[in-house]
Design a protein around this ligand. Structure first.
Ligand code: THU
Length: 161
């Protein structure tokens, strides 16, 4: 038997300590969250991707009365970027949430499916996607590489014969 442990490397910052470009991206995500369609959860998520060429691509969660038909903000943004800018590299993704329903003191952490999708594009572009996670409070988490959020992700090599 062998025990192992995993280290997740990230930074916890106050908004005032963020780099100007990260704060601008987080503000764009916050602004986008106002366009979320979340009548069922009242959990309004905004995502803003910055591509290497400077373009910002936004996403918001889109819900549906048939619940599983909806989609998270992160995947809306990533799929939009992959559709409209298929050959551009994603530099940073900022994510935040607005909700009156829950008092969440920590930043929003993307769901498992979104992490898997973020990693798909990170692997495809062969360079790290930075994550800036905000929330209701003043704390922001920054990860320089999205792989920090997905230890033991499902890997492409598993499908190789
Ligand atoms: N949601 C996101 O948009 N991103 C996440 O990372 C977690 C959850 C959305 C999905 C649904 O519309 C609502 O938040 C509540 O789960």
């Amino acid at each position: 038997m062998a025990e192992f442990s995993i280290t997740i490397k990230g930074l916890s910052l106050k908004k005032s300590e963020l780099a100007e470009s990260d704060l601008a991206l987080l503000n764009a995500a916050e602004e986008a969250s106002k366009n979320a369609y979340a009548p069922y959860s009242q959990f309004f998520v905004g995502a803003a991707l910055k591509l290497i060429n400077g373009t910002i691509v936004l996403g918001t969660n889109q819900e549906n009365v048939a619940y599983p038909s909806g989609l998270c903000a992160e995947r809306v943004a990533l799929f939009s970027a992959a559709t409209n800018y298929p050959n551009e590299t994603v530099h940073t993704m900022a994510i935040t949430v607005n909700t009156a329903k829950a008092a969440i003191s920590e930043p929003l952490s993307p769901c498992g499916s979104c992490r898997q999708v973020i990693m798909e594009y990170q692997n495809k572009q062969k360079s790290p996607i930075r994550l800036v996670l905000g929330g209701q409070g003043d704390t922001v988490w920054v990860f320089e590489d999205a792989s920090n959020l997905l230890p033991f992700g499902f890997e492409a090599e598993y499908l190789k014969g």
